[in-house]
Ligand binder design. Structure first.
Ligand code: DGL
Length: 264
């Protein structure tokens, strides 16, 4: 498939960790990102609520003539991707916590999966564990404070370190040698997490694999490399936080407010 423009969505800024990987791999592709910060976090919401929000955003992205949509959100993928594929013809690339690569990499036979409460509760997640984590002990841990902090652009400091200890100490004590970042917000805390976890623990996230998948579906990326970023949330906050997350000058990254009506 030749593609000019790809839509990317998440509950907030987290999916920008996936956008970053797609941009690195496909510099000419036009990207249209929607962060649903007005409804963030998705991680505490029901399947019905997640599907409702994601459906609205997909409808809006389709008015922007995207040829493929990336669900840069594990929670949205786990709860909505099968439903979306049944009702829309546009192709979707979803993402799920890297239980499979983690199970292949572990030597201790214990892995930790950091993901949202919604992801961990999802049936699709249970199927993933049953089909890929044979003989491996999977310790799951929701990390809601990580999402709150990343949404505010807080990537390091004492509050971040305390939260990392709170969420990972028991995983390390139980012998995990691989930790999966199973929510797209978490890779923005990767450096802080790396500093706190023992060197013997491998950290896995699946953003790069998603970018590879997008590249393999689009044999040709023929856009002009434009990046449009829209949020349903606080535009002023986004204009401060997004340049920090993407390590780009604010002037190069003006975000736009997506007014709720246009996403109906
Ligand atoms: N970034 C999202 C994920 O990958 C969800 C974070 C949230 O809204 O709770 O699951």
């Amino acid at each position: 498939m030749a593609g000019r423009k790809v839509g990317i969505l998440d509950s907030g800024v987290g999916g920008l960790s996936v956008l970053r990987e797609i941009r690195n791999r496909l510099p000419d592709l036009d990207l249209h990102y929607i962060g649903d910060s007005a409804w963030c976090p998705y991680g505490v919401r029901s399947s019905e609520e997640i599907c409702g929000r994601v459906g609205k955003i997909v409808d809006y992205l389709l008015t922007q003539e995207v040829s493929l949509i990336v669900l840069a959100c594990n929670s949205a993928t786990i709860h909505a991707v099968e439903w979306l594929r049944n009702i829309y013809t546009v192709p979707f690339v979803g993402m799920e916590p890297g239980v499979k690569p983690a199970s292949a990499a572990t030597k201790s036979g214990v892995i930790g999966v950091l993901a949202t409460e919604a992801s961990i509760a999802g049936e699709k997640f249970h199927r993933l564990v049953d089909s890929t984590a044979h003989g491996v002990t999977v310790i799951t841990q929701p990390c809601p404070k990580f999402v709150e902090m990343v949404e505010r652009g807080i990537l390091e400091g004492p509050a971040v370190d305390d939260a990392i200890h709170e969420y990972t100490d028991q995983i390390v004590e139980k012998g995990a040698d691989v930790v999966v970042l199973g929510c797209t917000h978490y890779p923005f805390l990767r450096e802080s997490i790396r500093r706190i976890l023992p060197d013997s623990v491998t950290i896995i996230d699946t953003g790069e694999a998603v970018a590879r998948r997008v590249a393999s579906l689009l044999e040709e990326a023929t856009g002009s490399g434009e990046t449009v970023i829209e949020t349903t949330g606080d535009l002023e906050l986004w204009n401060q936080v997004v340049p920090v997350l993407l390590d780009r000058p604010a002037a190069a990254l003006a975000c736009r407010k997506l007014v709720e009506d246009s996403a109906q």
